[in-house]
Design a protein around this ligand. Structure first.
Ligand SMILES: Cc1cc2nc3c(=O)[nH]c(=O)nc-3n(C[C@H](O)[C@H](O)[C@H](O)COP(=O)(O)OP(=O)(O)OC[C@H]3O[C@@H](n4cnc5c(N)ncnc54)[C@H](O)[C@@H]3O)c2cc1C
Length: 471
């Protein structure tokens, strides 16, 4: 029996999608850089045993596996590489919340649960699961862990790795590792879960996770501030963090250019302040306490803020706060309205951010006169999306032809600050070349050894993350 027929029999009806049978949504890719790569089939097991059976049969047949969650990744990790011989293993049917333990502040969810469903399960027991960002209605918790996703609340709660207590993983040989421990302390050996978090499906397939919960948010204060410089943004962030009892949960930087794109092209986005500023900070303080008066704290800190801080507005109500967030969340989509963009997801130490923005800006303007720098993102984590939108007079295709050259030049500046060229979106099939070019050779060697120890035949998401060894 052909192996897909055998799998179909084992996994049950609806679990195998063949080419031409409604596969399109699994082959889309957000940036259109790796879309429509053919595969042999999309496999949709319904539980961990089904994932294990799929992996075992693929191993026997020598078939490569591309794990796929919500397919919102931005580096082509969930798309096949060229060749058409791989299968996509979709986790979407593993979508049960297995357990919620309010007293232990933990929750166990299957990999295919959407992030918004995990947040809702926590909220239902008056708890918070703090991972949050614009794609939360589409991405899955397994994908979030596989990419070690960041988002809006990292500076207060950490990234996906920091929110994980335990994992269940299907290994390359089809065995299931049950590491679903809900412990805060466990030094009984190597912390294996950390190998799979951020590995983008190259070391194992995450089928479930036990996650940390926090007290629910009772009070929130949101403000948008106009600034003369990125230096003022860093200074203000420091002051707010120190003066607010460490209640700063989000601190998002937006240049005037991306804000203008949001106002021009994203629905429901309007000018937030009477005058325009070169930079804006969107700040949110939150507290689980009652009557903490965060709005007053924010007002006090902003009114005593140093030079370079312009006008500001503290949201009067949830609708106004949502309007500020709409500006921030509207930027990635709005950029498309202004033409093709080259994307950079970088991090440097927070204090170096202004220097990086100046230096990288000078480099790209020199390389591509008229390029529109569209810098925005999580400045509180030292992570911004240093995106570049094509010059108004340039053709999209001509601009995209410069992708490698422009990103390499930006990454070279990042490296002078000892930063990262892949801060939160990962490597996927977009950046293995940069891993090879920029990462310490010892680190690369360790990555290859880990890969060959856990996936000796190289069938889990081949061509992603780990660059091939040089001859
Ligand atoms: C509008 C928008 C905003 C975004 N904002 C942010 C942001 O603020 N912060 C951020 O970090 N990211 C952001 N992203 C990127 C993306 O949402 C994240 O990378 C997310 O974690 C991917 O989850 P997913 O379920 O869609 O995974 P997919 O895209 O399906 O897969 C991503 C990678 O993980 C692997 N994978 C998926 N599921 C599993 C599994 N169960 N086991 C093993 N490997 C698996 C895939 O093979 C692939 O390599 C944004 C994306 C969009 C579209």
């Amino acid at each position: 029996m052909e192996f897909l027929d055998a799998l179909s029999q084992q996994l049950g009806p609806g679990a195998v999608i063949h080419p031409g049978e409604g596969m399109a949504s699994y082959l889309t890719e957000r940036r259109g850089l790796f879309a429509d790569r053919p595969v042999r089939a999309v496999l949709r097991p319904a539980d961990s045993a089904g994932v294990a059976a799929t992996v075992r049969m693929c191993a026997q047949q020598g078939v490569a596996i591309v794990p796929q969650g919500g397919n919102t990744g931005l580096c082509g990790g969930a798309a096949a590489t060229d060749g058409g011989e791989a299968i996509i293993l979709s986790l979407e049917r593993l979508n049960r919340i297995r357990a919620v333990d309010a007293d232990n502040f933990s929750l166990t969810a299957e990999a295919g649960c959407r992030l918004s469903a995990v947040q809702a399960a926590a909220a239902a027991v008056d708890r918070l699961f703090p991972l949050s960002y614009a794609a939360e209605g589409d991405c899955q918790i397994g994908g979030n862990l596989a990419t070690n996703a960041g988002g809006m609340n990292v500076l207060r709660y950490g990234n996906a790795r920091d929110l994980t207590l335990g994992l269940e993983v299907v290994l390359a040989d089809g065995r299931i590792w049950n590491g679903l421990r809900a412990l805060r302390k466990d030094n009984s050996g190597y912390d294996l879960k950390d190998l799979f978090i951020g590995a983008e499906g190259t070391l194992g397939i995450i089928t479930a996770a036990t996650l940390k919960l926090f007290p629910a948010i009772r009070e929130r204060a949101t403000a948008i501030v106009g600034l003369e410089s990125a230096e003022s943004a860093v200074a203000l962030f420091g002051i707010l963090r120190a003066e607010s009892g460490d209640t700063v949960t989000s601190c998002e930087l937006m240049g005037r250019q991306p804000l203008a794109f949001a106002i021009d092209y994203a629905e429901g986005c309007v000018e937030p302040l009477p005058a325009a500023y070169p930079w804006y900070l969107l700040i949110e303080l939150t507290s689980s306490g009652h009557e903490v008066q965060l709005g007053r704290r924010l007002e006090r800190a902003l009114s005593a803020a140093p030079a370079g801080i312009g006008d500001y507005r503290i949201a009067d109500n949830a609708d106004e706060a949502a309007a500020f967030w709409r500006l921030r969340n509207g930027i990635p989509g709005a950029q498309k309205g202004a033409g093709a963009s080259v994307k950079n997801d970088i991090s440097v130490p927070v204090a170096d951010m202004p220097g990086f923005i100046d230096a990288a800006g000078a480099v790209v303007r020199d390389a591509c006169p008229g390029v529109r720098v569209c810098a925005f993102g999580h400045i509180g984590d030292g992570n911004i999306h240093f995106n570049l939108t094509r010059p108004e007079t340039m053709d999209d295709a001509d601009f995209l032809a410069e992708w490698d050259e422009l990103t390499q030049q930006v990454h070279d500046v990042v490296m002078t600050y000892n930063g990262s060229f892949a801060a939160e979106h990962g490597v996927g099939q977009l950046k293995p070349g940069e891993v090879s070019r920029l990462k310490d050779p010892v680190e690369q060697d360790l990555m290859r050894r880990l890969k060959s120890a856990l996936d000796p035949a190289g069938r889990l998401n081949p061509g992603k993350v780990v660059p091939p060894a040089e001859d």
